[in-house]
Ligand binder design. Structure first.
Ligand SMILES: [Zn+2]
Length: 243
């Protein structure tokens, strides 16, 4: 049997160099990697959108939630990041990592030009609150640029699990992504532990997001071999706070 093999040469927006993209797995979203920096398509696509539509973004005030790499931070002069740490008070740091809950950010209004979340919003219990919080901490004209899995066969966004009095109630079968999250391939658990999928997003995602935030969202879909962009869930979303 001949195994899967996909290869193309092109430009990687994560390491900003000519490279070779390669995968021996059919699930390109997580395995179509840059030989030089090991980035995957959604990471390259997000930085392609920043480079193409927001030139000079590296000099802006940027915050990234739960980064799993330095693809963005390596270029930025005003970058900060945070992660949700269950046992740490939001706004404080542990071992150099700042704890923040997207549902209750401790940042002042109008703190950032760009807020980045990559496959994070499908893991929060109240994405409506989180999306609004992100808009609150953006400066006027600022952007939330992010990825989530937007499923083809889900007509309406729906929670998979909810919190009731601090206890998780499962509305659909429990599903987990590793860290970094791995789309809707097989359930994967990594050394960093499983991350419960709380929401399935589908066709009405942009509409429901606009209801939540009051802000318009642009969805980018790019498939381009010369940029190593292919695979499931290619969307990069940009929600802009009005000036
Ligand atoms: Zn690269």
């Amino acid at each position: 049997m001949i195994g899967f093999h996909r290869q193309a040469s092109g430009y990687c927006h994560c390491c900003r160099s000519q490279t070779v993209f390669e995968s021996t797995e059919a699930w390109l979203r997580d395995f179509y990697k840059c030989r030089k920096c090991h980035s995957i398509p959604r990471q390259r696509h997000l930085q392609h959108i920043l480079d193409r539509h927001f030139a000079g973004w590296e000099k802006l005030a940027i915050h990234e939630s739960s980064p799993s790499n330095t693809f963005i931070s390596q270029y930025c002069s005003s970058y900060s990041s945070s992660e949700f740490l269950p046992d740490v008070a939001p706004g404080t740091t542990k071992d150099g990592v700042r704890c923040e809950s997207l549902e209750h950010l401790t940042f002042a209004d109008r703190s950032f030009d760009v807020f980045v979340t990559q496959d994070v919003l499908e893991h929060v219990f109240h994405p409506d609150v989180a999306a609004k919080e992100i808009i609150r901490v953006l400066k006027p004209g600022g952007i939330h640029v992010f990825t989530i899995p937007k499923h083809k066969r889900v007509r309406k966004c729906q929670p998979r699990a909810i919190l009731k009095n601090g206890v998780i109630e499962y509305l659909l079968e429990a599903q987990y992504h590793g860290n970094p999250p791995v789309g809707d391939g097989p359930i994967q658990v990594t050394k960093d532990g499983p991350f419960l999928v709380t929401w399935d997003y589908g066709d009405d995602f942009e509409f429901i997001l606009q209801d939540w935030t009051g802000c318009p969202t642009t969805t980018y879909v790019t498939r381009d071999d010369s940029l190593g962009l292919d695979g499931e869930f290619p969307e990069v979303f940009v929600t802009r706070k009005p000036v």
